[in-house]
Design a binder for this molecule. Structure first.
Ligand code: ATP
Length: 361
């Protein structure tokens, strides 16, 4: 393979730039050419790309987000439009010319993104554009890898923000309920809560959550009851302030009718907890500040290891692979297998987080 492309897709995350830089350096070291594709699959469809060189990307690794920009490209998600869109992307890659106008087809692709992006890569691979994927998402919701690029930075950012929120909760004898990103994956909520000593509620605790619409009245009562009980126990132990982290999947994600699973979202939850506990309660949504910012050293290193491996795999004509971290080592496995592994949050760690809380002693 002489020429490859790289794109970032889905939500941005810290470390994407470090992955791009590592891929460009690895390609240059092998005498391969590499094109940076703008805005994920949208740029592939529009042939919006430029050749990257080590000089062009040398200083990008410290920056959050992605210099290639990212987008959700709807024709790939829509089964009716997908075939035509894939065809157009493949055609564009085959027709690529270098700056001098000589034919220079893009023969393989590095895709950095979440599992939705992996599905797009799988479709491209089926049509003979070999792809290798890197897991890049703050959510850590990709089962085949112990950690995704961006997760460590985000976890540290959330932990720091929860520490700060605890200061103000303490000063006012308040309860503050904080919504943490991660969609339906509770990793950020659980581990930030464990690190900061807060109460946590995550979908993996066995809640029966609908794809669309609101939780049942029984599940709402169970949800409220768990938080109220934790606060009551802590109050009985002499505690006057409380911080509760709630995963975004309950209160933040809206269905097509604008409804969150927890009816009324964070404001309604705070009111309800105040009624149940008698403690003045506020809601706080951390939002996008969790996702941006300088990547941690750990994320930069993981991104570098993964970016270099992706280029090596393509150079060896391997394709349809996801680069993963398992037991401290970077390796890879097939996209199909990667997509069919169920995501699990450690039950032991859910129990540990509970045992470390102020209401448990
Ligand atoms: P994040 O976890 O940050 O949301 P993601 O990669 O899972 O990242 P998605 O929005 O699910 O984010 O997917 C990104 C893009 O991947 C979509 O906009 C679409 O172009 C493509 N994609 C998603 N699902 C599919 C699918 N089933 N088949 C082909 N392509 C898909």
């Amino acid at each position: 393979m002489n020429t490859i492309g790289i794109l970032t897709s889905g939500g941005d995350c810290p470390g994407m730039n470090a992955a791009i830089r590592a891929a460009v350096f690895a390609a240059a070291a092998r005498g391969m050419r590499i094109y940076g594709i703008q805005c994920g699959y949208q740029g592939l469809y529009d042939a919006d790309w430029e050749e990257l060189t080590p000089e062009k990307v040398d200083d990008i690794h410290q920056r959050g987000g992605t210099v290639l920009r990212t987008a959700r490209f709807l024709p790939f998600s829509d089964a009716a439009r997908r075939k035509g869109a894939i065809r157009q992307c493949i055609r564009n890659c085959r027709k690529n010319r270098d700056a001098a106008g000589n034919p220079n087809p893009i023969e393989g692709l590095v895709v950095v993104g979440g599992d939705g992006s992996f599905r797009g890569a799988f479709d491209l691979t089926k049509k003979n554009l070999p792809c290798v994927c890197l897991p890049g998402t703050i959510d850590n919701d990709i089962a085949c890898t112990d950690e995704t690029i961006g997760y460590d930075t985000c976890l540290n950012a959330v932990c720091a923000m929860v520490d700060a929120i605890a200061d103000t909760a303490r000063s006012h004898d308040r309860c503050i309920i904080v919504e943490v990103m991660g969609n339906m994956a509770g990793d950020l909520t659980l581990y930030a809560g464990m690190a900061a000593g807060a109460v946590t509620v995550v979908p993996e605790e066995g809640y029966d959550l609908p794809e669309q619409g609101e939780m049942s009245a029984e599940e709402v009562a169970r949800f409220d009851g768990g938080i109220a009980q934790a606060i009551a126990a802590a109050k009985a132990a002499g505690r006057r302030s409380f911080v509760v982290l709630v995963a975004e999947g309950f209160t933040g994600k809206k269905d097509k009718n604008g409804r969150t699973r927890y009816p009324g979202g964070m404001e309604a939850l705070a009111k309800r907890i105040q009624q149940l506990t008698g403690v003045e309660t506020r809601a706080d949504v951390l939002g996008y500040v969790q996702r941006g910012g300088k990547p941690s050293a750990r994320d930069r290193i993981l991104a570098a290891q993964m970016g270099a491996r992706a280029v090596r795999l393509l150079a060896e004509n391997q394709s349809n692979r996801v680069v993963i971290l398992r037991g401290g080592a970077v390796s890879d496995l097939g996209i199909t297998r990667a997509l069919h592994m169920p995501k699990k949050l450690s039950a032991e760690d859910i129990a540990l987080a509970k045992s470390l809380r102020y209401d448990s002693v």
